[in-house]
Design a protein around this ligand. Structure first.
Ligand SMILES: Cc1ncc(COP(=O)(O)O)c(C=O)c1O
Length: 390
């Protein structure tokens, strides 16, 4: 039976992709460094990094070499079979963190990392409640979506959440004891909130969460899926704030576009691991592990943490011009506050050949550039902003 293939128009032509993503008016054909090439043959400066993923930018030699070499050596074996590349990646990640991490569980996505962290906390405490923070985004699966602010009103779709969740007001230290109690299994928090608009929750607030978790025996989870792996100019936001959670989840920059994630645990959580408690087929695959090594290698050997700190501070010094009235966030998770809708400013910037992001805050342009960004490229952003109507 030959039925006619239905077609649907899309930004890039006609396709069968599920129509669930709003599309930027750009089609990318290639990338080099911090530059994307669009289908019209024009260069676009990437200040968004594919939702904070492309830490090393595009065409990075070490990344490409690691993938190719591992594909040639052995493209896959499951976690039931030992592979040195997996052992090395875990050790490298622990050393990179400079934190008292004693174990790494590799999975595939940020949401999956958070699901596993939440699950471990339930198992360890025998409790059934979780606290998250207003404005949070933790992913779209049943557990991760349950702790995402506003998800139940917007897209959650499951008939109920799998556990009780309450949301602590951002920055309200006095409110914490009323939320985090003897019934709380875990508190999950993005130290610098991403989708909310690069919102730095502050050392004081995070310290207060740590203290309260210790008082009531709850576990503290830092969701560093977006802000981790060097994006704030330190290995993790935990380093920047000097607050050590019980678990850190990370993804995005970790694989520079190769899908992978990790759940990092302290000694207390590590001691709760038992055979079969957690599992995955693809997590910790050799391709992902080879990439993780290459990403850490590049961040360390190219001194990219220092670069992120330096160039992000240059953005803050120079780009408060045109429609931009201020900034927030940390490192290359920067929000520029705009005096008119950020979506308009984003569209104007794209006209000037600069791709930037927005956030749930309608007056924030979110910048998540590759860590290799240089000052002269920030000058292009500044010049473009300067020329825009305020
Ligand atoms: C802070 C944070 N946590 C979790 C997630 C979910 O990650 P993934 O889309 O890989 O499931 C995201 C994705 O944007 C995120 O920004």
């Amino acid at each position: 039976m030959n039925s006619p293939i239905p077609s649907r128009p899309s930004a890039a032509g006609t396709d069968f992709l599920a129509p669930v993503f709003a599309q930027y008016p750009i089609e990318v054909v290639s990338g080099q460094g911090v530059w994307l090439m669009n289908s019209r043959g024009e260069r676009v400066l990437d200040m968004y990094g594919g939702h904070a993923v492309a830490a090393l930018g595009y065409g990075h030699a070490g990344f490409t070499r690691a993938l190719t070499k591992q594909a040639e050596a052995c493209n896959f074996q499951s976690n039931a079979v030992a592979m040195q590349v997996r052992t090395r990646a875990a050790e490298r990640l622990v050393r990179f963190s400079r934190l008292p991490i004693t174990s790494v569980f590799f999975i595939n996505t940020g949401a999956e990392a958070n699901e596993n962290a939440l699950k471990l906390a339930f198992k360890m405490t025998g409790r059934s409640q979780v606290c998250a923070v207003v404005g949070s985004f933790h992913g779209r699966t049943a557990g991760a979506g349950a702790v995402t602010w506003g998800a139940q009103q917007k897209w959650y779709s499951y008939p109920r959440t799998p556990f009780d969740v309450s949301f602590i007001p951002r920055g309200n230290i006095d409110a914490i004891p009323g939320f985090v109690t003897q019934q709380t299994a875990s508190v999950i928090v993005e130290p610098v909130q991403g989708l909310a608009g690069a919102v730095d929750l502050s050392k004081e607030f995070l310290q207060a969460l740590r203290k309260r978790c210790d008082e009531v025996g709850a576990l503290l989870i830092f969701d560093e899926v977006q802000c981790g792996m060097g994006r704030v100019g330190y290995p993790f936001a935990a380093n920047m704030y000097d607050v050590m959670p019980d678990m850190i989840t990370t993804a995005k920059a970790l694989g520079n576009g190769y899908p992978c994630a990790a759940l990092l645990t302290n000694a207390k959580v590590t001691s709760a691991f038992k055979l079969d408690l957690l599992g995955t087929t693809f997590g910790g695959g050799p391709m992902a592990c080879a990439v993780i090594e290459a990403v850490i290698d590049a961040i360390e050997s190219e001194n990219l943490l220092e670069r992120v700190r330096r160039v992000s501070s240059y953005i803050r010094q120079t780009c408060i011009v045109g429609p931009v009235t201020g900034y927030q966030g940390a490192g290359f998770l920067t929000g520029l506050r705009t005096n008119r809708p950020a979506k308009e400013v984003q569209a104007d910037l794209l006209e000037c050949g600069i791709l930037a992001g927005t956030a749930t805050d309608p007056n924030i342009i979110r910048l998540l550039p590759p860590f290799i960004l240089q000052e002269e490229q920030v000058d292009m952003l500044r010049d473009a902003l300067q020329d825009l109507t305020a």
